[in-house]
Design a protein around this ligand. Structure first.
Ligand SMILES: Nc1ncnc2c1ncn2[C@@H]1O[C@H](COP(=O)(O)OP(=O)(O)OP(=O)(O)O)[C@@H](O)[C@H]1O
Ligand SMILES: [Mg+2]
Length: 379
């Protein structure tokens, strides 16, 4: 990946009230690939931390006015400086590390005076390496965010540009059928109907591709979502297909309320239920059951979507969440193989999990789990 890595040298701040100590320390550190800054007092150090992004502060503990611990306390209390690693440099020559207890939460180390050059260099190198890794991660993340944004924009533009001519094809086909049906003859009419149906299929495919591409986009909008309401909307939008097949949807108990993206939760149920209707067994109308599963762990909420459809072969189950995957049972049914891939992306986006069990001729059950942190308190 070609990400713009921040290659500027890491900066280190050395704080000591004694000139000769600063001088000696600076001389040693100059041998490393870093920029060394110095401060004679806590106040000077504070003002430098506001102007520079330090990878590490080497901090003399024993200073007049503000000692090293007081300065560290102040640095930890400010958002901008609280994560700067600190190495305390102290004359306390004791094995008792309790002095440093209060600082265990942040990245902290210590060095005893007189400072051993090798130990100093090896400790500093560790922090420089950490800083390099942190910068690398930051640049990868911003590059990923940028490419995600441009991919989404690209998908939107492409889908818009592809749909326009399709709408012209559909419109003109309808016009031809409406105005010139008589002159077209039986075969002509059938051909035009086929053109219109193909255009509609392509329109659906573009919509599905777009929603698959958009799940990972940065536009996820989290809010309190009542899954019972979402399910209700999905069922009512699928009502004509349910009527055609004589299908029923039963919610056996209350679904959780989640901190989630509502549109994505709608897509999740829409895809699962549409599959249950589409892959129903011709010998019986589709019966879809939705219920919750009580788990021993209070940190996870779990529910399932179960149908009595044609089912899937055990050996094929491992691939169904891959994009553009359709199983042998899908012959004769329309689809792009994107529904479950979209569902899996949505689940991952919400830090959840999904698994499936199925038996040919009996039916399929999708089990979904989301961390309770996602579940609204008091729901
Ligand atoms: N409830 C189900 N019962 C039986 N088979 C299923 C069920 N759900 C999915 N499948 C199988 O898994 C495959 C992948 O499902 P998916 O929803 O991703 O794609 P699709 O339904 O074929 O197309 P699309 O959802 O993009 O319109 C399906 O083609 C089908 O073979
Ligand atoms: Mg599907």
């Amino acid at each position: 990946m070609n990400h713009a890595l921040d290659r500027r040298p890491s900066k280190i701040l050395v704080v000591d009230d004694r000139k000769e100590n600063l001088f000696a320390m600076e001389k040693i550190l100059r041998t490393l690939p870093c920029e060394v800054h110095t401060a004679y007092s806590g106040n000077e150090a504070l003002s430098l931390t506001l102007r520079h992004d330090f990878a590490l502060i080497l901090l003399d503990v024993n200073m007049p006015e503000m000692d090293g611990f007081e300065l560290a306390e102040l640095l930890r209390s400010h958002e901008a400086t609280q994560r700067i690693p600190i190495i305390f440099v102290t004359a306390i020559n004791t094995e008792d590390k309790s002095v440093f207890k209060g600082y265990e939460s942040g990245a902290v180390d210590y060095l005893f005076k007189p400072v051993d050059v090798d130990i100093l260099l090896s400790k500093v190198k560790v922090f420089l390496e950490l800083d390099r890794k942190k910068k690398e991660l930051e640049s990868i993340q911003s590059e990923l965010e940028r490419s995600n944004r441009s991919l989404t924009e690209f998908a939107q533009v492409v889908s818009h540009d592809l749909k326009n001519p399709l709408h012209v094809i559909t419109g003109l086909s309808e016009l031809l059928l409406l105005k010139y049906a008589d002159g077209l003859g039986e075969r002509g009419r059938a051909s035009i109907e086929q053109i219109a149906a193909s255009a509609q299929r392509m329109d659906r495919l573009i919509t599905d591709l777009l929603s698959f591409a958009q799940v990972n986009a940065l536009s996820t909008v989290y809010g309190l979502v009542d899954l019972n309401e979402v399910l209700h909307d999905v069922v009512s939008d699928l009502s004509s297909r349910l009527e055609q097949t004589g299908g029923t949807v039963e919610r056996l108990d209350e679904l959780p309320r989640l901190e989630a993206d509502r549109t994505q939760m709608y897509q999740l149920f829409q895809n699962l239920l549409a599959n249950s209707i589409k892959y129903h067994d011709k010998r019986r109308p589709p019966r879809i059951l939705i219920g919750t599963i009580r788990l021993a762990s209070p940190d996870v909420c779990c529910f399932y979507v179960e149908d009595n459809g044609i089912g899937m072969e055990e050996k094929e189950l491992s691939v169904i969440f891959n994009p553009f995957t359709r199983l042998s049972n899908a012959q004769g049914f329309e689809g792009a193989g994107l529904g479950l891939a979209t569902v899996r992306q949505i689940v991952q986006q919400h830090q959840g999990s999904i698994d499936v069990t199925s038996e040919p001729g009996v039916g399929t059950r999708f089990k979904l789990a989301f961390p309770v942190a996602q579940e609204a308190a008091g729901a």
